[in-house]
Design a binder for this molecule. Sequence first.
Ligand SMILES: Cc1cc2nc3c(=O)[nH]c(=O)nc-3n(C[C@H](O)[C@H](O)[C@H](O)COP(=O)(O)O)c2cc1C
Length: 740
Amino acid sequence: MIRVLLHRWPGLAGLLLVTLLAVSGAALSVYPAIERLASPQAAGGLSVGDLAARVQAEYPGVEQIRGAPSGRITAWWFQDGTPGAAVIDPATGQGVAPVDASPAERWLVNLHRQLFAGDTGRLVMATGAGVMLLLCASGAVLIARRMGGWRRWFGRTRGRLAARLHVEMARIAVAGLALSALTALWMTASTFGLLPDQARAPLFPATTSGQTGIAPNHIAALADLPVAALRDLSFPDPTDPTDAFTLKTDRGAGYLDQGTGEVLAWTDAQTLSRVTETFTMLHTGRGAAVIGLVLGLMALSVPALAVSGFALWLAGWRARPRIRRNASASRAETVIFVGSEAGSTWGFAATLHRALSEAGQSVHVAPMTAFDPARYRAAKRLLILAATYGDGMAPASAKGFIERLEHAPALSGVPVAVLGFGDHSFPAFCAFADEVAQLLTAKGWTELLPPDAVDRQSPRDFARWGRALGRTLGLELELVHQPVQPATEALTLVSRRDYGAQVQAPTAILRFALPRAGFWQRLTRRGFAQFQAGDLLAVLPEGAPGVAPMPRLYSLASGSRDGFVEIVVRKQPGGLCSGQLVALEPGSTIRAFIRPNPGFHSGHGRAPLILIGAGTGIGPLAGMIRANRRARPVHLFFGLRARDSDFFFAEELAGWQRDGRLARLTTATSRGPRPYYVQDALRHEAAEVLAMIRSGARIMVCGGRAMAEGVTAALTDILAPAGLTPAVLKAEGRYVEDVF
Ligand SMILES: Cc1cc2nc3c(=O)[nH]c(=O)nc-3n(C[C@H](O)[C@H](O)[C@H](O)COP(=O)(O)O)c2cc1C
């Protein structure tokens, strides 16, 4: 509700208006600082009386002197029949600069306050400020939720780049943006006379002394008044004895006799008008130039927030299949939650929605991020379809679900079923769905069905679960879902290098030409337009005609900047896809698409990298070293069987060592009189490894499961003297694995 109604829709609707307000406001924020630097300031002890006398000496026809909170003094006069005005140097009373703002500033002010459209424009801009305030308030609540509480406001952010950027900018800028929006609304209300804050001048005195000619520096009320407190001093007509000085200060307003200097009438400013003055100062920065500049800088985050917010919405919108006739959350009997990263689970959810709707139920489908039990007033059951990513992590559309579930009371009489979507070749098979199921039980939710899993988007697994669900609900439920694969590209093999024949493990490094990315891919930097080593190439094997093949995933040993697509493939005994790939000849083609794997990217920092790989696991690590053109310190531990048979990338590794991309290479060969594995090499170099970790190194492991377990055991021992564990490093994102 907060995310959608109070943040997403107002944000999308007000995107351009709020951006325009913020950018013009940021540009205007520099003027008060310039004004402050350019305006001569009054000396500390100077009184308004002395200032007025100095100005009068220079300009005998002076009519008005104004003081701004910034310290700028301006005067208006009438001399020899012509009006004049200038910024005044208080030390001399002489004009030093013209009063008028520059044309650029005037143009910006007109745009920022009223869109060049008078009162209507003012109201439009005020609506923009209102939307900004709403976005700040709802955004702050969403950040607190995402971070797991207000106290963790500045905690580590995770997730996609656009989401991270959005949160990181917002949590710094939100207070300033809210202040700018609030003060803008207040000023608009004051402009339209909606606040009872106008400094009410007292009634003009009915009688005066009838005398004229007192010098301003002889008027006690002016002699005691510091220049900083002056807002406006209007001089009387010396030929009219019934006229008087009009004085406005930061404390109030009144009239002074032009013959005796006596205070004829006075009204103190009301609290509200002081609030208005303070708010105006904060908003415009006039009188508080540094605050103005800081707020201006914060306003500059708005275009970036708008772009990242829009990109997030667009990505979510594109990833979600259109669910037709989605019942509202409050009326649905069955609520289906989807945890998905790449979108395929949404397809399963759409099939389930259609089948249940056809059986006469009202069904609502939502991402797991929208979980809010208070809304499901008519719900009789909840169904959770959750994929798993990384090392048992939540997928994008389930971020924050665990925290929400922890804080929500169980709905009584509303049982829940959890169906995991995963891939058995990952060690943490459906681990996120398992975590959800366990937490539901711990929080006292009733189980509708025992937790189940769909392996590699298997239509059979899904249909089996559907039948079990049907039995529980007393329905005939036949779920037929054939997952739709992303569009594939044809890749042509350009070269191959063969290894492993001597150790009965035929392996090839296959290099394909980079296919031309389509317009949309280039625009959104997806697919073959933008990938890096560690992402996955999903290859569709040739199968029996009419049968949709499941893609097989291979870690990429190259990035799009390399200009080719490279993978390392070992022929698996009886393996359909690996057999076909290893048999490819240059010129032949395969069909494939890119699966991003952001959890296994080397990142951009300068922190050292410890890369550990065995066998074909060297592939993505070699690609990361090739991309290391800025010579970040990289230490590679490479486990192979025998140097003369499967030392993949041997020549390139030597070249990368020479040109600084690879700082150090340690190989461990397992075949021979004394088998030696990467975990042995790690223990052997424990001191160096620990020193690198202490200096902030990130560890990346790629290869078979047994090797990864051996590495974890070795690192457990190596880290112990520093009071660290692999689990701690994993939680910090400094220890990542790509295990098969
Ligand atoms: C980079 C990556 C990491 C994955 N990690 C796991 C994992 O740790 N455990 C698991 O069971 N499945 C894992 N999977 C498999 C996905 O969970 C599975 O393909 C799922 O059906 C994807 O659903 P989605 O398309 O809705 O995101 C991973 C898939 C990818 C591409």
